[in-house]
Write a protein that binds this ligand. Sequence first.
Ligand code: C2O
Length: 544
Amino acid sequence: TTSNHYHFNVEWRNITRLCSTKPILTVNGRYPGPTIAVNEGDNVQIKVTNGVSINTTIHWHGIKQVRTGWADGPAYVTQCPIRPGQSYTYKFTVSGQRGTLWWHAHIAWQRATVYGAFIIYPRMPYPFAAPVDAEVPIIFGEWWNLPVEGIEDEMKMYGSGPNSSDAYTINGLPGSLYPCSVQDTFVQMVEYGKTYMLRIINAALNDELFFAIANHTLTVVEIDASYTKPFDTEAIMITPGQTFTVLLKTNQHNGMFVMAARPYLTTVFPFDNSTTIGFLKYNKATTALITNTSNIILPHNLPHMEDHAYATKFVSQLRSLGTTQYPCKVPKNIDKRVVITISLNLEDCPTNKTCKGYNGKRFAAAMNNQSFVRPLTSILEWHYRNYSLTQDFPLKPPHVFDYTGVDPLTHNLNPNFGTKLFAVEYGTRLEIVLQGTSFLNVENHPIHIHGHNFFIVGTGFGNFNAKKDIGRYNLVDPPERNTVGVPMGGWAAIRINANNPGVWFMHCHLEEHTSWGLASGFIVKSGAKPSQRLLPPPDDLPQC
Ligand code: C2O
């Protein structure tokens, strides 16, 4: 039997990539961090000790945390940070979900290096007819040669953009197309005629990625720990925060086959357009390809950057499994619809500041024109103790506006700054329409919600039009996720059974956008029955 007790020590470790060595934050000295593997229904305890001199927290991304919001992890939302030398034990039960999730630090940009897989094994046999011979983690990340821990403060100070990373990585390895990286290439040994389960996680901070393996097809069976109707695909598109479980049938006898990931949407300065690779290595293959990089041919099935048609078609194929055993629990009717605009704009520079955004202005991002400001205390604790939520709670929906045709360089789109959330009653069948209104219309916004999965009932380009769009929702088998890529210049409608009492962060999983304030959240009030209430806070909950 496996124990579900883990000890994570956050510590510095010197790591060398791209010929440069620097200390990075790690868990137990490992990069990527250790895998957590539990069975559906298990109680889990992870003691996190802060062994460094800066604050930290860890988030279990996608775990619903039913009634245990104290263990969710986002700093200043559900807990105060774990201070240097202190420990906090995250305790929760994993139920009603199965598949691939992950964990990551949830403060400043620490998740750049502090992340790992979180696997939930099902109680019941897999609902797909394939014996799985082996499992392979495929975790995408980004590597910076410079320290990342201070990036957020700098962005907040100057309204500037971050430097792009120096490499994308697979399981922490850049791959042989990058300088000095021949030895730092992920190689997976495989044999002919087997089925491998790839557990794919996009832990990159700022980029949606395409991923493909030369001469091999992938079968998608589960996303964000929710089973899907299986379908075959040549490549996947995965946003930061999302996870995919795919099956790979090994149909070759020998040779080495390139796997590659590159960004979907980053041809715009100053983004990175480089590619990380690894290899599937059949037993008899040599390593010639790794060392002679001029031999490397990227998989022809890897979509090109900006291939919107591929990305849109791929996403539209995702469906909940929707069987008797795994019914799709999308609310057919709703109690409340909230429209939330998502904008990334330029703002005038306050007179006492220096701004390094663009053209003397600073970047600011907002939901419903509110740019999220991290409070100095835990919102969940404030809520639980019925303290009055100071600052400027709550966010009042809906607040819809349309920036179409507005020139951001001559018009002020200045958002308000504050800590705003909205509240719903326990059990609300909630619809949220996420409407992109950015003038910087160059990328999708992968919006992640804590504490609940949601159903993506509709997406589209342009402005959401209730009259025409609601009638076209998929209320039969929409995909269930915790992170939705809101299409560039478009919208996504999601439905949530808001039946988990607590305070739940909602934010763009592009770290640069969260740093600029693209975040908010909602409070689900406790219900009347004891089983509908948030549990009391643990004794070791960190204090601010
Ligand atoms: Cu994966 Cu709020 O985070």
